[in-house]
Design a binder for this molecule. Structure first.
Ligand SMILES: [Zn+2]
Length: 196
């Protein structure tokens, strides 16, 4: 799935399971960080621009290989937990959310043709096994992923008006307050005074 979908899904889980903004951000990060092994696409784009020929070597070689397995889950969980307020809870959540990312990729990361199934090499880069794949994997840009993304965005906006903070707080607390106030006003205008 796309990093944005992972972000919203992880944020919603983090908001429901943590009690402070720092741990919330850490758990959200754990759900997005697996995709750092896709950053090779930046190198590919630079190479393509320089040579004039399309190349996705680094993206295709490293994405889902370096940080889409349990070794990266353990490393990221340890590193993120170092910054946590509630260590045990955050460690558990980071590990779970990280693995949820991998599960979601197993469901929806296929390329354009049915043959382009993208497996999850769960032991890499340390071990070659196990490798998980699913023959029903849907396209990365398929309607299933789009539907999940739109659903998560609307769910988050609705939840934000109830809890008083939103995903914007991941980036900036002041902006978040303004954003949530606007959301609450829209909700009042749409649904009446109670806003429920
Ligand atoms: Zn991923």
């Amino acid at each position: 799935m796309s990093p944005l979908t992972h972000f919203f899904g992880s944020w919603i889980i983090a908001a429901a399971t943590t009690d402070n903004s720092r741990d919330r951000k850490l758990v959200t990060l754990a759900g997005v960080l697996p995709d750092v092994d896709g950053l090779g696409i930046i190198v590919d784009m630079a190479r393509s621009a320089y040579s004039g020929q399309d190349s996705f070597f680094y993206y295709q070689y490293y994405h889902h290989y370096l940080t889409h397995g349990w070794p990266a889950a353990v490393v990221f969980t340890i590193v993120l937990t170092c910054f946590a307020r509630r260590h045990f809870r955050t460690a558990l959540l980071c590990f779970l959310v990280f693995n949820l990312h991998l599960l979601c990729d197993l469901f929806g990361s296929r390329g354009p043709t049915p043959a382009d199934i993208w497996p999850i090499p769960y032991g890499e880069p340390l071990f070659h096994h196990p490798i998980f794949s699913w023959h029903g994997q849907w396209r990365l840009d398929g309607w299933q992923n789009m539907t999940i993304f739109v659903f998560l965005v609307f769910l988050e906006l609705w939840l934000a008006t109830r809890r008083g903070y939103s995903f914007v707080g991941f980036f900036n607390q002041k902006l978040d307050k303004i954003f949530v106030d606007v959301l609450k006003k829209w909700k009042r205008d749409l649904f009446g005074k109670s806003g429920k």
